[in-house]
Design a protein around this ligand. Structure first.
Ligand code: CTP
Length: 440
């Protein structure tokens, strides 16, 4: 009997079969769903297979609750039928001929047909066994994502591994199926980097060469900025995005997006400081990926940042954060360092910007200072209003905000707790200023 780390040869069929100890790692609710879908596929007159990342992660013993199913007949029709009988939610993606089922436990199951009418096989594809399954796997990105597991009742657990994905998982290798994979779909370059860094795999030398060639040919020019950003966002949301982001620099992909994006070394130290700051900040009131993105474009001025956001088709509110507010935070930091009034603004800053300011500082002591100022500013309330200032004989005008800014700064630094003390401070401040201010 032939065995590998994950499969065993089934004596009756002579085909590889998932080992029981791997099947046992599948959570019970997911296993039941796979079996139910397998049973439904039999009634539908075909076989069904678990595929993609779900199967890859099963071999890696990494939990993955996004189930990918491939069936040998029309996937959309099949998904509709299951949704009807089980009362699950259904989303169809007509453009791709696929559907997503959402179970009562909120599990997501993507259903696709093994045969796809929209797929045109490029001429240079390697020879594979004819048949529906090979048609499905040959359009996938990497060998590690091509393993199929039969979930139909009769053949449950049977493995189809046309491209030796199991061997590549064992050898920790990310490898494309054919030479024009990145021409077909340049987002796969980002995916290769994502998988390699996530699993601590190596990109196989030939695949690396294909990436370099594709980048040299400026392959990303054929990709919309929006699609690039979707894939980049996945990387930014990785558990540790620094490593894949740095790889994007090493392959000269980020520099291709905009000339003003920092050099490799500059980006690495800034992103590492972001990682450090994130690890120290315990609250969950901000978006980590947005902070890493801010780190990526740290070197860019307002105009370059706006160009990048426009190219990536980033929504308006995020663009405001990445361009306007980020630059404001940068300037504010300079003002604070020069001891100029800037504290009032910091009190309304989003956490992303505070952490960005902290990451901009190399000294941990200075970072701590900024954070203290922020916390204090956030809790500082001004009790004096415009009418109180008018009563002091000052005419409304820009001087009002100057007075409030000074008062805010004094409250942060000192011991002004009551409204009376605030008024006393303003009086003292005004008496020290020139008479022009008083009469303006
Ligand atoms: N796929 C592909 N080419 C792409 C995107 C996806 O061939 N550009 C295929 C791969 O076989 C992949 C499957 O579609 O395994 C599902 O895609 P997706 O859900 O995006 O990826 P996962 O592999 O599940 O990755 P992740 O763990 O990051 O979700």
């Amino acid at each position: 009997m032939t065995t590998s780390f994950s499969s065993i040869i089934n004596i009756e069929t002579g085909r590889p079969q998932l080992k029981d100890n791997i099947i046992k790692t599948i959570p019970k609710n997911i296993l039941n769903i796979l079996k139910e879908i397998g049973k439904a596929s039999e009634q539908f007159g075909c076989q069904a297979y678990a595929a993609g990342g779900f199967v890859r992660d099963l071999f890696l013993n990494t939990p993955n609750f996004d189930i990918d199913i491939v069936i040998e007949k029309n996937g959309m029709e099949f998904a509709k039928k299951i949704a009807e009988t089980k009362g699950w939610k259904l989303k169809t993606h007509k453009k791709f001929g696929t559907a997503t089922l959402i179970t009562s436990d909120n599990l997501k199951i993507d259903i696709a047909s093994a045969r796809s009418e929209y797929y045109k096989a490029p001429a240079a594809l390697p020879q594979v066994k004819a048949g529906l399954l090979s048609e499905d796997v040959m359009r996938r990105d990497f060998t590690i994502n091509t393993i199929l597991i039969n979930i139909s009742p009769k053949n449950f657990g049977e493995i189809t591994d046309i491209y030796s994905g199991i061997k590549d998982i064992k050898n920790k290798t990310v490898k494309v199926l054919h030479d024009i994979s990145f021409i077909d779909d340049p987002t796969r370059i980002l995916r290769a980097i994502k998988f390699a860094t996530r699993f601590n795999f190596t990109i196989d030398p030939h695949t690396q060469k294909l990436i370099k060639e594709a980048v040299d040919k400026n392959i990303f020019a054929s990709l919309s900025g929006k699609r690039f950003f979707t894939e980049l966002e996945y990387i930014l949301k990785e558990k540790d995005p620094v490593l894949p982001l740095i790889k994007l620099f090493e392959y000269k992909i980020m520099q291709n997006i905009h000339a003003d994006i920092a050099s490799n070394a500059g980006a690495l130290s800034f992103l590492n400081r972001i990682k450090e700051v994130i690890s120290l900040y315990k609250k969950n009131d901000y978006s980590e990926w947005a902070l890493y993105f801010i780190g990526l474009i740290n070197n860019c001025g307002k105009e370059a940042s706006e160009d990048i956001c426009r190219y990536f088709q980033i929504p308006h509110n995020q663009k405001i954060l990445f361009c306007d507010l980020r630059i404001e935070a940068k300037n504010l930091l300079k003002n604070i360092e020069k001891n100029k009034t800037a504290y009032r603004k910091i009190s309304v800053f989003k956490t992303e910007l505070i952490l960005y300011m902290m990451a901009s500082l190399k000294s941990p002591v200075k970072r701590e200072e900024i954070f203290k100022i922020y916390k204090k500013a956030k809790n500082t309330k001004i009790l004096t209003n415009g009418n109180d200032i008018i009563k002091l004989g000052i005419k409304p005008g820009p001087i009002f905000s100057e007075i409030i800014n000074r008062l805010f700064e004094a409250k942060i630094k000192g011991d002004i707790k009551t409204k009376k003390k605030e008024i006393d401070y303003i009086k003292k401040y005004l008496s020290e200023e020139t008479p022009i201010i008083k009469n303006s």
